[in-house]
Write a protein that binds this ligand. Structure first.
Ligand code: ADP
Length: 396
């Protein structure tokens, strides 16, 4: 079955067409600058990337261009749209309503809409993608896969904040967690890859990318995670601050004469590795700057690694033990320095890193020594494949 996976943002859209039988990516790409001017990137498997400037006043034109590219007689991956048998959509916020992926119908659309307040930048964009695909492919089943769903197994002690309980009861203010599709994919793959007992394995997943989050997973169920009501909470990220003293908001707002949207913009877009270093949100640039002697860049990396190690320690305590620690996403998969530095804080858990294995890249690999008491591994995430698998499981 061919599944089109769509990740629709406010001005961009990523897509992959996957053959679910072979799990091969037939074509992939993205639309950028939707509503501004418009650029389509399309890549058929085995061929070079093509970039086309094309007007995309709305997501409808963008998705139409993707469908045209997929069925283009010369470079398309399929002959006609009839070969797309299902569409899987990434949806950021499913609130407390969605604990797993679902086939989309009117009721589901309404329930996703009801979560818009919780993710005002993401959910409306995700819904646009869903509606446009339903319009352009009316007979094709559409599935919603939620970033929050995997974390719905957290107990109240992990998801409630120390706030007046009416904020939870009336406004649903609680920890939801994000990157759930990645945490689920990677933690279940870890159990299989490392031969852990599926029923009681204790796994910590460090998803370290532009956005980063860590989760604690017992027997395949999430028991805690670092992101909260929004993706702003947790470790220092590319441009997000992660945890701070909430009183900083008032203090800085007064000093800098900022209103709430102004300060939220700083916390989401101008903080984290970017803000701390003044260099870049990209770990590669930061490491180059640190190697060149930039103290702010060095400190940003130290703060990141120290922060990750503290969460890992906290989750080992929360689970009363840990069998495996997994690194994934852009930084987790590629940056041996960060992995080594994080693990340098974890000697008390009996962790020993094999430097030769840690220097490798691009594959599933164990990076701890055979004697290490906790297994440490690098497992590349694949959220699109996870969305494809969920979609097939629901529509078959
Ligand atoms: P997103 O959250 O946008 O999906 P990714 O998972 O692609 O992000 O991760 C992006 C991050 O991965 C960036 O900080 C980038 O610097 C980092 N990264 C990618 N390749 C490397 C590398 N070879 N070494 C260090 N960091 C890397």
């Amino acid at each position: 079955m061919n599944v089109l996976v769509i990740n629709c943002g406010s001005s961009s859209l990523k897509y992959q067409l996957i053959n679910s039988d072979t799990e091969e990516v037939l074509a992939k790409g993205l639309c950028e600058r939707i509503g501004i001017d418009g650029r389509l990137v399309y890549q058929k498997a085995g061929l070079d990337k093509e970039t086309t400037e094309a007007p995309m006043p709305t997501h409808k034109e963008a998705i139409q261009l993707v469908l045209d590219a997929l069925t283009n007689p010369a470079t398309g991956a399929i002959k006609s749209l009839a070969e797309v048998e299902a569409v899987g959509h990434r949806v950021v916020h499913g609130g407390e309503k969605f604990t797993q992926s679902v086939i989309i119908n009117d009721e589901v659309i309404q329930a996703i809409e009801e979560c818009n307040d919780l993710a005002p930048l993401h959910n409306p964009a995700n819904l646009i993608g869903i509606r446009v695909c339903m319009e352009l492919m009316p007979s094709v089943k559409q599935v919603a896969v939620f970033d929050t769903a995997f974390h719905q197994t957290m107990p109240a002690k992990a998801y409630l904040y120390g706030l007046p309980i009416d904020y939870y009861k009336n406004y649903k203010v609680r920890r939801y967690g994000f990157h759930g599709t990645s945490h689920r994919f990677v933690s279940s793959h870890a159990v299989e890859f490392l031969g852990l007992n599926p029923a009681d394995s204790k796994v910590i997943v460090c998803h370290l990318g532009n956005g980063s989050s860590i989760s604690a997973v017992v027997g395949g169920k999430c028991v805690d995670t670092t992101m909260g009501l929004t993706p702003l909470e947790g470790v220092v990220m590319g441009t997000r601050s992660g945890n701070i003293d909430p009183a900083i908001i008032e203090y800085v707002a007064k000093k800098e004469n900022l209103d709430i949207p102004g300060i939220m913009n700083v916390l989401n877009k101008k903080s984290g590795l970017q803000g701390m270093s003044g260099v870049s949100s990209d770990m590669r640039d930061l490491e180059a700057a640190a190697d060149g002697g930039n103290e702010d860049a060095k400190n940003a990396i130290e703060v990141l690694c120290y922060g990750i190690a503290k969460f890992v320690g906290g989750y080992a305590a929360a689970m009363n033990g840990v069998d495996a620690i997994i690194f994934t996403a852009g930084i987790g998969e590629n940056d041996g320095h960060v992995r080594k530095k994080v693990c340098s804080y974890l000697g008390y858990l009996g962790i020993e890193i094999d430097d030769a294995a840690n220097a490798k890249r691009g594959e599933d690999m164990v990076i701890s020594t055979p004697d290490s008491k906790v297994k440490v591994a690098v497992l590349p995430t694949n959220e699109e494949l996870a969305i494809c698998r969920d979609t097939v499981a629901l529509v078959k």
